[in-house]
Design a protein around this ligand. Sequence first.
Ligand code: SF4
Length: 315
Amino acid sequence: MSSPCSILECGTTDDRHFEMDDYAGTLARWCPGCGDHAILTAVHRLLATEQLKPENTVFVSGIGCSSRFPHYVETYGFHGIHGRALPIATGVKLSRPELDVFVTMGDGDCCSIGAGHWIHAIRYNIDMTVLLLDNNIYGLTKKQTSPTTPQGLITNTQTKGSFLPPLDPLQTTLGVTNASFVAQTADWMPSHLAATLQAAKEHKGFSFVRILQRCPVFTPDVFTQAIKDPNVTDILTHDDGIQDASTERIYKSHLFHDPSNIDEARRLAGGDRTRVGLFFRNESFPRYEELRQVPKRTPEEKIAFINAELDRHAV
Ligand code: SF4
């Protein structure tokens, strides 16, 4: 970086150049081999590629292994409460629309306790980049069944094997009115992961990226086949999709898919195959922050407004 001062204190200069290391926060405390490490590296790379100003960037998370993310990125951050990352991020973006807002959630956090917020955040289509780090288990609370846990997997809460077929986060997201960007990638596909994050960041609206994430401690086998055998993974290709020639050279099974076709996107999101790429994108869908213009108020005006609202509801 061009200046020796802390990056969060340097907001007045315009000639700064940020390297990946400039976005590194505290030392990540995930287990060795955890897929979160690769995702963190890809995010640092994205921030440097985009030259996002740390003081104008916010990472919001809930609770879980992946929700430690804001500690590891040298921007502003909010390590929230379980399942509530999206309402917090919504408030941040509505109050400060000029900020770049990222959300990181795990499958338990997003798809279970946070599921109501998830569905409405998709419909609101507020401009933010939302990463679902899906390891198919509650890792932080030591191997409890999550909504995406494969049926039959033995966990500490369902010791004879998880009872139900897993929820599919892609199909769920694609089923919600106003979903505008839905993609899938994997932590072990660094080039594809980087290209997907780039596309998600560029999208104007709620960019939902499910990242298949290894948890070598509690779900060491769920992605083994996909990691070892490129033939079980389909790459979605299209001129308007994720552009990643190097992954397409390694993974030979390509599916030509027009990401404007939501019916086909829903069909492709189901099934037993691992599919990565851009399932759906439509930037013309309405965004809540455009429809609901929040008036600009000074701090004093905000306090006066809140007091007036409280008085209005006094009994
Ligand atoms: Fe990663 Fe699993 Fe360890 Fe959590 S328990 S840090 S998800 S490897």
